[in-house]
Ligand binder design. Structure first.
Ligand code: ZN
Length: 552
């Protein structure tokens, strides 16, 4: 009797624990097929598609593939009910290096610096010729964060001057706040607000995130922004007439006249002390840009919900399908296949769609699968969709992003970026428990992952979001520490032509990402309450409440 009671209680506990995960959902995830993911990735990352750069035939092939997959699954066309294709126009600029320059002037002495060796310039998408002269002012990280008691601008006036700052944000900030304040647009906006007319940015000397050589290679691809209906590039910070990136190895050239030692400056930066100082130096910068328009597209498919009211709300899954195309050869290969980045996320999103389509009873809310363009140029396709959604913006209740989640080994635990900010942590916790997955903290706060993928476009519109990556729990058979291996991958393979299908992927690990993203979204889509930001949350406060205020 006692045993029976315990058994009964245990069953009851399981039933309440996973009350939201129905037999129907269980059936659907049991059919998740790693071979589907492998097959989709194998096509999308093939040399035939030439790196899927927006505007190329390779991108068009990838796009057509996704479109026909949507069709064969029976997704509803997400654009006016007629088409899966949401056209996106990108304005692209490439610097004409021979007509661009950066000259430093100190007490009448002019030093012309060398392009690619000392500096690079960002193309100006609004004015093909743009120049600026002004005093250089160092402003630390260029961060104004009164809510965190930190302000690099507190003692200095930058009006009509050129600001110089390091990338990133103070280590003392909580991980995601740090990510927010490291974002270039947030820093540019602050500089513009204070009247700056140009900017020079650089990595902290010794920062291992990416090499100067990789940054130079990448800059040759140009810079793009999405254009509005009139063809004007958006989010350009025109008041900053020239924006330069400086080689941190040569940073001494900027600080030589400041009367301060470089080491001392770096030290106080590393000790999270706000700082600013005039560099007693003038810069004259000229940038000549060649601009062009690129016609590209997002793909939007819908799985309609079953509830007469809630079906007008949407859980959005997003993955970018674009990559870098053909570029500077590395180890004799010039095709940037982007197998992990992000044929993988696209393929996972397609399998998530198939999983929803397997349900006998569709979820109450509708599901959107958005396969987007232009992520590699700055989250452009997702920002375009979040800013110009094909359904009312307020009807998007949650976002899930799939972008190179890491599956070079079995996935035993996950790192869910965004979980600590909203009520999405609850369904996520249920899904993880059900799948027997551990949940780990952000292992690389310095990578500012939270602002580096498409979910961030939705967060900026106040939509609670999750970006789930694999964790680093090890098993005995692991030959190397997973976190070490993943950092090494970022350094050697990330954004190179070597990110191709010859890598040792674990497609069962990819299937785990399908399951955890599906199961979490499934609960959200059936919950009568829409997800909310946590009370007092930083991102909810920055982006969320506006929606609530508008509603009142
Ligand atoms: Zn990428």
């Amino acid at each position: 009797m006692k045993r029976l009671t315990i058994l009964f209680l245990a069953n009851l506990l399981t039933a309440t624990l996973f009350a939201q995960i129905t037999p129907d959902a269980e059936y659907a995830i049991n059919q998740v097929n790693p071979d589907h993911i492998k097959a989709d990735m194998t096509y999308l990352a093939d040399d035939l598609l030439q790196g899927r750069q927006p505007g190329t035939d390779g991108f068009a092939l990838a796009s057509k593939y996704v479109e026909t997959q949507f069709m064969s699954m029976g997704l509803l066309p997400g654009v006016d009910g007629k088409s899966y294709v949401q056209p996106v126009t990108l304005k692209k600029g490439i610097v004409n290096e021979s007509e661009s320059s950066l000259v430093l002037v100190s007490k009448g002495d002019r030093t012309a610096l060398v392009y690619d060796e000392d500096f690079m310039l960002q193309p100006n998408l609004v004015n093909v010729m743009s120049d600026v002269s002004g005093q250089l002012v160092f402003v630390g990280y260029g961060v104004h964060a009164p809510e965190l008691g930190y302000d690099d601008y507190q003692k200095i006036d930058v009006k009509n001057k050129i600001v110089v700052f390091f990338n990133q944000a103070p280590e003392s900030f909580p991980s995601n706040e740090r990510a927010y304040f490291s974002s270039a647009p947030v820093k540019y906006e602050e500089a513009v607000k204070r009247g700056a007319i140009g900017a020079i940015t650089m990595q902290l000397p010794g920062d291992q995130r990416t090499s100067w050589e990789a940054a130079v290679r990448r800059s040759k691809q140009g810079t793009s922004r999405w254009a509005d209906a009139t063809g004007k590039a958006q989010n350009t910070f025109e008041q900053l007439k020239v924006i330069a990136t400086f080689n941190p190895a040569n940073a001494e050239k900027l600080f030589a006249s400041s009367g301060k030692k470089m080491d001392a400056i770096i030290n106080s930066i590393k000790n999270n002390k706000p700082q600013s100082l005039p560099l007693n130096l003038e810069a004259r910068m000229t940038v000549s840009s060649e601009t062009s328009s690129i016609a590209t597209s997002n793909l939007i498919g819908i799985i309609p919900g079953s509830d007469p009211v809630l079906k007008n709300e949407y859980v959005v899954y997003v993955a970018h399908v674009d990559h870098f195309g053909i570029g500077v050869p590395v180890k004799g290969d010039s095709i940037y296949n982007g197998a992990h980045d992000n044929a993988s996320g696209t393929s996972i999103a397609l399998e998530i769609a198939r999983t929803y389509k397997r349900l006998k009873e569709p979820t109450k809310r509708s599901i959107i699968i958005a396969i987007v363009t232009g992520e590699e140029s700055g989250l452009l396709g997702s920002d375009f969709f979040a800013s110009n959604p094909t359904i009312p913006q307020q009807s998007m209740v949650a976002n899930f992003s799939m972008d190179m989640p890491f599956f070079f080994h079995p996935v035993l635990d996950i790192v869910p970026y965004g979980a600590q900010h909203s009520s999405l942590s609850k369904p996520l916790g249920e899904a993880a428990k059900y799948l027997n997955l551990g949940i780990g903290p952000d292992p690389f706060p310095e990578q500012v992952v939270f602002i580096r993928s498409d979910h961030y476009s939705f967060i900026k519109k106040g939509i609670p979001s999750l970006f789930i990556k694999s964790g680093f729990k090890t098993v005995e058979s692991d030959k190397v520490d997973r976190s070490v291996a993943d950092v090494a991958w970022r350094r050697t393979t990330y954004h190179t032509p070597q990110d191709d299908m010859s890598q040792d992927f674990d497609f069962n690990g990819a299937a785990t990402h399908v399951k955890v993203n599906f199961l979490t979204g499934y609960q959200v889509a059936n919950d009568p309450q829409r997800p909310t930001w946590n009370k007092g949350d930083f991102f909810g406060g920055k982006f969320g409440p506006k929606l609530i205020i508008e509603k009142r």
